[in-house]
Design a protein around this ligand. Structure first.
Ligand code: ADP
Ligand code: ZN
Length: 559
């Protein structure tokens, strides 16, 4: 039963009883009626149990509805599941096994523990973290604190409490936190912010309390909270799920403020969305140190590739520098993935060792998803895709700031019908306004070609539009590149945007996004209609060969 239907049914007095299991957002809903109970029973998923309970209790208190609420222990709930499903024993067993695994994984409700007192020392060392030299040198100090806290305390030094690591997923935040524990030889206790949420009232907070109780027993140690934004986002006065979050966050603040000097517990937390965090978390004595963990630059990528290829059999001609050059923007996790994928491809191809081509294919595979040669594509779709991709390629060819085309393909991969790949030359730290504007024009090239040639537009451009709109928005709100809005950062929480800047500014942003997009689309159409001949040639070559290299592409412009 859908959530809104559940709410409606309760409001309409159609529900007799609701049974729930602690910690689960799946409810058993028994409707009113004369049939057997089993025939009147449905299940419903609620987004937040806390919010739902507040809503329904409020209705009951106000006597607007009368519905019986039963809170089951997990076992009773499971046997209910058993009743409605014929294959009880199997399901029960699987659920039980999963449950047992899950509980073990949680280390008795309060965090996973690596190494230290449990005997299993965290083996990760700084040497296992490639690149990130500056970041590591900042953290060496922390290792020293953890190794000999007494010396520092005697000297009157305050040991840092919390360090926040900013960076997108896969950049090595967990790895570096483990390395600190490994270098210092202390236990590493970790928990993810998302594990705290979606629970019964108070449970999130009590988990935080237990986590720190455990940490205190193990001091000196490292507590690592991944995805801290899940609990640490701005506190609001709203009810429901939000107030549950508030309690959890408040507990975390209480714990961090409550350490005794003699307890050497360093809390590391990771997030990809620093702007979401409640400012209270960043106050002195809490997470007062912040370290950004960036995606690796060219050198960093070479280092990471080197490190992760140590245990792999590479052919002599493999050029890790060249691969690093082709993978600008990849995170450490993605690079590690590339090498692993390359090893799998090399094995399948029965190569003696991993060759350049295996790695290139792995890069491609990870960029756009698996090649699906066998997917049947209609001639009509093929033509559409060919013009769409040719549109991107031809438009960008006439934009001086855009990178050269490396490869165009209409072989479907994953969800994409085709793709145009561009050469990456160097890592860029700054991007100019012209580049951004031209990038948008290149993105519009696909849709513009469809419209121009086939007088029809398709859903194939949805991702292009999303990216282009994102660029336009960032130009105005993050980079302050609009003449009329001026050099201003409007990057605030959606909820506050209106409050701070007023309707006029918010409307103006909307209008300007639209006109940036419109203008890019017009510019792309203009380029394509001026170069219709070459567009046709590229599209036909694509239909014939399915894939064109940069050399083949360039030839069309020489003729
Ligand atoms: P995050 O916590 O930032 O999401 P992780 O630390 O979990 O990222 O990284 C996932 C994996 O990616 C690591 O286990 C490691 O194999 C690889 N990795 C990421 N960054 C690096 C790096 N700088 N050096 C070596 N390996 C890395
Ligand atoms: Zn496209």
């Amino acid at each position: 039963m859908a959530y809104d239907k559940l709410l409606l049914s309760i409001q309409n007095q159609e529900v007799e009883k609701i049974e729930m299991e602690v910690g689960s957002t799946t409810l058993k809903v028994i409707m009113k009626g004369d049939e057997k109970e089993a025939d009147r029973t449905e299940t419903a998923n609620v987004p937040s149990l806390q919010a739902f309970m507040e809503w329904v209790n409020d209705k009951i208190d106000k006597k607007e509805v009368d519905v019986e609420i039963v809170e089951n222990t997990p076992n009773a709930f499971m046997s209910f599941l058993g009743n409605i499903v014929a294959y009880v024993p199997t399901i029960l067993l699987v659920v039980l096994i999963l449950l047992v695994f899950k509980m073990q994984g949680l280390g008795g409700d309060s965090g996973k523990i690596y190494g230290g007192d449990d005997g299993k020392k965290s083996k990760v060392k700084f040497a296992d973290v490639a690149g990130l030299e500056e970041e590591k040198s900042e953290l060496v100090e922390i290792v020293d604190f953890l190794k000999k806290p007494d010396e520092y305390i005697k000297m009157g030094a305050k040991i840092p409490r919390g360090i926040l690591l900013y960076g997108k997923p896969g950049t090595g935040k967990t790895l570096i936190a483990k390395a600190i524990a490994g270098e210092a030889g202390v236990p590493f206790i970790s928990m993810s912010g998302s594990e705290f949420i979606e629970m019964f009232a108070g449970l999130g907070a009590s988990r935080v309390r237990k986590l720190f109780e455990r940490a205190k027993k193990m001091s000196p140690c490292i507590v690592f909270i991944d995805e801290i934004d899940a609990i640490g986002s701005r506190r609001t006065s709203n009810s429901g799920a939000e107030s549950e979050n508030n309690q959890t966050l408040n507990q975390l603040l209480v714990e961090m403020d409550g350490f005794e000097t003699k307890e050497t517990i360093i809390v590391l937390a990771a997030t990809n969305r620093p702007e979401m965090l409640d400012k209270a978390l960043l106050r002195p004595g809490r997470f007062d140190r912040q370290i950004t963990i960036p995606a690796p630059d060219l050198n960093g990528r070479v280092e990471i590739l080197k490190l992760h290829s140590k245990d792999k059999k590479l052919a002599d001609n493999v050029d890790l520098k060249a691969i690093a050059g082709d993978t600008a923007g990849f995170t450490g996790a993605e690079l590690s993935n590339v090498l692993n994928e390359a090893a799998i491809l090399a094995t399948k191809e029965r190569h003696e060792a991993i060759e350049n081509i295996d790695i290139e294919n792995a890069v491609r595979k990870i960029t756009v998803g698996l090649e699906k040669h066998n997917r049947v594509v209609s001639e009509k779709d093929k033509k559409l895709t060919a013009y769409h991709e040719a549109g991107h390629a031809v438009v960008s060819r006439f934009l001086s700031s855009q990178n050269d085309v490396k490869e165009i393909s209409i072989i479907p991969r994953g969800v994409a019908g085709g793709y145009t790949m561009y050469k990456t030359t160097e890592d860029k730290y700054y991007v100019s306004r012209t580049e951004l504007l031209e990038k948008m024009v290149a993105l519009m090239g696909g849709r513009a070609a469809e419209k121009l040639v086939l007088n029809e537009i398709s859903t194939g451009a949805s991702n292009d539009l999303e990216v282009a709109t994102g660029i336009a928005r960032d130009m105005l709100t993050v980079y302050g590149m609009s003449d009329s809005l001026g050099p201003i950062s409007l990057k605030v929480d959606k909820a506050y945007e209106l409050e701070i800047f007023g309707e006029e500014v918010v409307n103006e942003v909307g209008n300007q996004i639209k006109s940036l997009i419109d203008n890019s689309y017009i510019a792309a159409q203009k380029i394509l209609s001026e170069h219709r001949e070459v567009l046709d040639k590229v599209a036909y070559a694509l239909m014939e060969k399915e894939k064109i290299t940069s050399e083949e592409f360039e030839k069309f412009f020489e003729e």
